[in-house]
Design a protein. Structure first.
Length: 487
């Protein structure tokens, strides 16, 4: 955004121009307070940016994976509507799982499962659920892992069919080694009985439209939210420095005293009053000078991240499916999720074409992490041709991108390590750490935006708020009312 010299004494220095960092800067600007934003990439938006692919005169837009917007916070809808106005549109949601050549709705539709699996397998699901409730409710088996949680709430058969296999594909570890917080955060309130009640319409008259059915989405990709924030910030005098990153964070044990920023023009030292950081918490600890105690570094070393590889295909085809995104839980299928951006907004690709986004979950030690785009295409193409999604001759071009530190892994020891690190960082009174990477917490973009807004209030009011209350509702993570637009 800007390449001028970094302000040496900003009131607030924001490290990372993802949803959390930009929301914080936006709220400070609204309050008449200027800050400096530093972002390592050329483009702002973090994992929620929208990428532009040009093929001659044709332009294709794609998010880095599906980024639908939903929230239980009306303020966030108003926040984005103020930025985007008529670009902010309601989209019907179709999300399915593809298992052994058949589609299954996501979340689980029990009636559909019965029809697809048949009577005997469905009876097995019911028996397994009864046995699970007996084991966990009556006999009191504790819920120590993600596997315990989903088996207790869905029974072994349905848990393995719908949740365990896909979760292990995401994280690359056994569900017996995943903390139950992952289930409590993402699918709390869902179980086989709630699915059955929903299937038969039990529970009274119909309530407000659910975000399971619809969501809001910007006309030109979710990155437009963050581009619009950037435009608003620049108009209010906020400095945004892209292709810049912190390389040293000095402190005296109580406060951050100065930060060295590497920019295209060289390293500059700034002395901020407040620091709001949303870079990966493990990387941030490595920047501290003096270094944290060894116990803190050991805790950080024990935290693990999951990376992603993305294959983006532009197609001379009207449409592949009607789905926004599709999950592929089977382990013999190398990719985990696909999305078709045209089904989010028709303006994401030229008329008469479409695009297809394929996601892989990986560690840096996995083969997929070092493969070239043609190798990845040859690996996945037989699947799509077999399922009649598209053929080789439909492909215009393919692109490959890779991103590290995408998913914080909730293994069974993560919580103790994170709490130890936070107890140390909370001792730096002018530091606020936010967002998915900054707090090592798997959040959606609405929660990251909310954290950024809370961070701005901490700066403005000079007080602390509990970030862990954000997104802590004890109900299914993706369910909530569709708010009406105010304009």
């Amino acid at each position: 955004m800007t390449s001028s010299k970094v302000n040496e004494t900003p009131e607030t220095l924001v490290l990372g121009a993802g949803p959390a960092g930009l929301a914080c800067a936006m709220e400070l600007a609204r309050a008449g307070r200027r800050c400096t934003v530093v972002e390592r990439d050329q483009q702002i938006g973090g994992l929620a940016k929208t990428l532009t692919v040009r093929e001659g005169d044709d332009v294709f837009l794609t998010d880095i994976g599906p980024h639908r917007f939903f929230s239980k916070n009306q303020y966030l809808y108003d926040f984005i509507e103020d930025l985007l106005a008529e670009e902010w549109r309601r989209v019907p949601r179709l999300t399915r799982q593809f298992v052994e050549g058949k589609y299954y709705n996501y979340p689980v539709n029990f009636g559909q499962v019965v029809r697809n699996l048949g009577f005997l397998k469905s009876v097995r699901i019911g028996i397994d659920y009864f046995l699970a409730r007996l084991r966990y409710d009556v006999l009191g088996k504790p819920l120590r892992t993600f596997e315990d949680y989903v088996v207790a709430n869905f029974g072994r058969s349905l848990a393995e069919f719908s949740m365990i296999n896909y979760s292990e594909k995401i994280w690359g570890v056994s569900c017996a080694d995943i903390h139950p917080d992952w289930a409590k955060q993402r699918i709390s309130g869902l179980n086989l009985l709630s699915v059955l009640r929903n299937a038969i319409g039990f529970g009274g008259k119909k309530g407000p439209k659910s975000l399971v059915d619809e969501f809001y989405y910007p006309q030109f990709g979710t990155g437009r939210i963050y581009e619009a924030i950037g435009e608003r910030l620049l108009s209010k005098g906020t400095d945004i420095h892209t292709e810049s990153r912190p390389v040293r964070v000095a402190h005296d044990g109580k406060r951050i005293t100065e930060v060295d920023i590497e920019t295209p023009g060289g390293v500059q030292t700034v002395r901020p009053e407040h620091v709001v950081e949303s870079v990966p918490i493990t990387a941030f600890l490595e920047l501290l000078d003096p270094k944290p105690p060894q116990a803190i570094l050991d805790a950080a070393g024990a935290l693990r991240w999951r990376n992603q590889v993305y294959l983006f295909l532009t197609l001379d085809k009207e449409q592949v499916t009607k789905d926004n995104w599709i999950y592929f839980p089977q382990k013999d299928i190398p990719f985990g999720r696909t999305s078709e951006m045209k089904n989010f907004s028709k303006d994401m690709c030229p008329e008469g074409t479409t695009s297809f986004f394929v996601e892989f979950f990986a560690f840096e030690s996995d083969k997929i992490w070092t493969m070239e785009k043609d190798e990845v295409l040859e690996m996945v193409l037989p699947f799509f041709e077999k399922w009649d999604f598209f053929k080789r001759e439909d492909i215009r071009q393919c692109y490959l991108w890779k991103r590290s530190h995408v998913y914080p892994i909730y293994d069974t020891s993560y919580k103790d390590n994170v709490e130890l690190i936070r107890s140390y960082l909370d001792g730096l009174e002018n530091l606020i750490y936010v967002g998915r990477p900054g707090r090592f917490r798997y959040t959606n973009q609405d929660h990251s935006l909310e954290m950024g807004i809370i961070a701005s209030r901490m700066v403005l009011e000079g007080r602390r708020y509990d970030m862990d209350t954000v997104g802590a509702e004890n109900e299914y993570f993706e369910k909530g009312p569709i708010y009406e637009k105010r304009i």
